[in-house]
Design a protein around this ligand. Structure first.
Ligand SMILES: Cc1cc2nc3c(=O)[nH]c(=O)nc-3n(C[C@H](O)[C@H](O)[C@H](O)COP(=O)(O)OP(=O)(O)OC[C@H]3O[C@@H](n4cnc5c(N)ncnc54)[C@H](O)[C@@H]3O)c2cc1C
Length: 431
């Protein structure tokens, strides 16, 4: 990089690196609070989108999407209100609405969602979206991080601000440049997915088959398009790769009550992602905060990252806007954000543990089984999966006692017999 004195410098209240879901949400909310925001995005086009995502947005994010004005745009664009039924070796856990929490999230392809999100940010007075700006360095003084250096073509531009936000996804350059503490854990499953059209509806909702330790998904999405996905432990990768398309489709076809995708038409390749480690990073340091995947990158198996990207952005904005407007020290509000963010980290510690590729532990099995037998337990399971409640609620004596009681009461109920044949291998659900 050339001599810094030649750089053009811009001043903002907040500089956000990354115009994905987290970055755009934060930009819009800060600007609505009267702050001046630079939103820097390395991709060159407003319609660029994240390709690797199965885009099931959990219901916990509904209030944030409504506040952003995103929910109505998603509906206008054909996004589906979602909910999910989960198959386990003990039977189906059917979706049970709990009146205390938002009832649905959305399923909408990222190629539709991401441009809407960027447009929402751009049309908010106070947001400058700078496409084609890739952040390469941070600026700091003795007390804090004070700005970033972004490369735009051949020129370098400095953006100085009271707060720099890393919203730059799971490989966060900002976090690396700031040298934030990071906990990395391997994900021992891989994922393949594909899109279909004209697949007849199978039930009212999305479906997840927990063929422990593997998972299969059927996500009806926007505009009559259906996403199907398999998430499988890596010990089966070589065998799966011998014939990706055949293994992908034959595995889905064997699921109980599977959608008739064979009468529909596959409209994309079968796409895959083999390595996607879990990252948990320090959420703040003086002058800097991380949101979305940059703070916590969670296993895609549970479909949490999109909702958490927007929710963590909202929490950061709510904790820091007042101090930013008043020109006050930000360390206290940033600590407050860190405390609020612990909700995500608590969930993620359970998620990251399961991503080792292990099977369900005794407590998880107890609750999944109870969810197939009892509506209250099914509600608890949905509240947890939709990320409405803290996983520590599984340890509440009232929940534990009920889960044990219903499973004891139905102890003679036969389990579902199901054999899943992979080609060329086979996976058996043990009874
Ligand atoms: C296979 C797969 C399936 C998934 N399925 C689901 C699902 O069903 N439901 C769900 O909720 N989540 C899912 N996720 C997770 C979800 O995609 C992410 O959690 C979510 O996109 C995170 O949003 P973000 O805004 O934090 O980051 P991103 O969406 O990654 O956005 C980061 C932005 O920063 C930009 N950027 C990066 N570096 C720089 C730089 N140096 N300078 C400037 N800009 C930069 C990028 O171009 C990008 O636009 C899945 C993930 C994967 C991999």
């Amino acid at each position: 990089m050339s001599d810094q004195q030649n750089f053009t410098t811009h001043q903002y209240d907040v500089v956000i690196v990354g115009a994905g879901l987290a970055g755009c949400a934060a930009a819009r909310l800060y600007a609505e609070n009267g702050l001046k925001v630079a939103l820097l995005e390395r991709r060159p086009h407003i319609k660029d989108y994240k390709k690797s995502c199965t885009h099931y947005i959990q219901a916990s994010a509904l209030p944030t999407m409504q506040r952003l004005g995103l929910a109505e745009r998603i509906e206008e664009a054909g996004g589906l209100r979602n909910s999910i039924d989960t198959w386990t070796q003990w039977g189906w856990i059917r979706h049970e609405v709990d009146a205390r929490y938002p009832k649905y999230g959305y399923s909408i392809r990222r190629e539709v969602l991401d441009p809407i999100m960027r447009e929402l940010a751009v049309e908010t007075e106070g947001v400058d979206l700078l496409l084609g700006h890739s952040v390469k360095a941070l600026q700091r003084n003795a007390e804090r991080i004070t700005g970033v250096v972004a490369q735009n073509g051949r020129s370098n531009v400095v953006f100085e601000a009271k707060l720099v936000i890393g919203a730059d996804g799971y490989q966060s350059t900002v976090a690396k440049l700031a040298d934030t503490a990071v906990k990395e854990r391997d994900n021992n499953r891989f994922i393949y997915w594909a899109y279909y059209k004209n697949v007849p509806a199978s039930g009212k909702t999305a479906q997840m088959w927990l063929v422990d330790p593997d998972v299969v998904y059927h996500f009806p999405s926007d505009n009559g398009i259906t996403l199907l996905a398999v998430i499988i432990t890596k010990d089966k990768l070589a065998a799966f790769k011998e014939n990706i398309v055949e293994n992908f489709e034959s595995l889905i076809a064997q699921m109980p009550d599977a959608p008739r995708f064979d009468v529909g038409e596959r409209i994309t390749d079968v796409m895959g992602m083999i390595n996607y480690p879990n990252f948990e990073r320090q959420t703040w340091m003086p002058g800097l905060a991380l949101i979305g995947d940059a703070a916590v990158t969670s296993d895609p198996i549970w479909g949490v990252g999109c909702g958490w990207a927007m929710q963590s952005a909202e929490w950061l904005v709510d904790c820091t806007s007042e101090a930013l407007l008043a020109g006050q020290d930000l360390n206290r509000p940033l600590k407050q954000y860190h405390r609020k963010h612990s909700f995500i980290r608590t969930h993620n510690s359970v998620i990251a543990d399961y991503s080792s590729g292990r099977m369900l532990n005794g407590l998880e099995a107890l609750y999944f089984k109870a969810g197939t037998l009892d509506r209250r337990m099914a509600r608890l399971s949905h509240n947890l999966g939709s990320r409405h409640i803290n996983p520590l609620e599984l340890f509440y004596p009232t929940n534990l006692i009920r889960a044990m009681w219903v499973t004891f009461k139905h102890r003679k109920k036969p389990m579902e017999q199901h054999q899943l044949n992979f080609r060329p291998m086979s996976v058996t659900v043990q009874k």
